[in-house]
Design a protein around this ligand. Structure first.
Ligand code: S6P
Ligand code: ZN
Length: 194
């Protein structure tokens, strides 16, 4: 029990947890092929790499019954007109769900099933999104500030990035007339046609 402390605080200004076991930083260069506007992506990379999002993980053993917790921070910005976003994934154990609790910022969770079902929910201060079993999830920062949310999911869920890396999600979140809009992803192929 003592090996894993049971509580922590979240700094309300920075959104960072008072303690964590792992700090992951995902760079623009880690997202090659994910943004629709490849020319805008290339131009941005040439201007210099940068951190798109960060994850602070509070670890627990990766066994059934345990829960992984943490904080994700998606920085504000766009590649072309597409907002900064996470890679997105299915859980390797597809049947495992997840909960996001948004602390700060504005954004969206884009979700998709292996059969190509599409859904999305908004994230804002104090909103909670339940990601049901079988739904892949990607979070998108549609605001001007960091999007910061707490997450909790089964420790043995695992992450499967495979098909998302290849085809992306069916929907993209882009800026249209100074506000976020969800549009079809031209690169996406319905699962039955892959
Ligand atoms: C994990 C959970 C989040 C994401 C994080 C980064 O199940 O959904 O911690 O890992 O927001 O996203 P991604 O797609 O790069 O793992
Ligand atoms: Zn997840």
């Amino acid at each position: 029990m003592e090996k894993f402390p049971l509580d922590f605080n979240i700094d309300r200004i920075s959104g960072t947890p008072g303690r964590y076991d792992k700090h992951i930083q995902r760079m623009l260069s880690d997202m090659r092929g994910q943004f629709a506007d490849q020319d805008a992506y290339q131009k941005m990379i040439e201007e210099g790499d940068r951190i798109l999002y960060e994850v602070y993980e509070i670890g627990r053993p990766g066994i059934a019954g345990e829960l992984m917790q943490g904080i994700s921070i998606i920085h504000a910005g766009k590649v072309g007109d597409e907002y900064f976003m996470t890679k997105g994934h299915f859980h390797s154990r597809l049947e495992m769900a997840e909960v996001y609790y948004c602390l700060m910022g504005q954004g969206m969770v884009i979700m998709e099933t292996p059969e190509g079902g599409q859904s999305s929910r908004e994230l804002g201060p104090d909103s909670v999104v339940y990601i049901p079993p079988r739904w892949a999830h990607r979070s998108v920062n549609t605001g001007q500030q960091d999007l910061i949310f707490f997450f909790v999911y089964p420790s043995d869920a695992g992450h499967n990035y495979g098909t998302i890396e290849e085809y992306g999600f069916g929907k993209l979140v882009v800026e249209r007339d100074h506000r976020p809009a969800i549009i079809d992803n031209p690169r996406w192929v319905p699962p039955e046609a892959r």
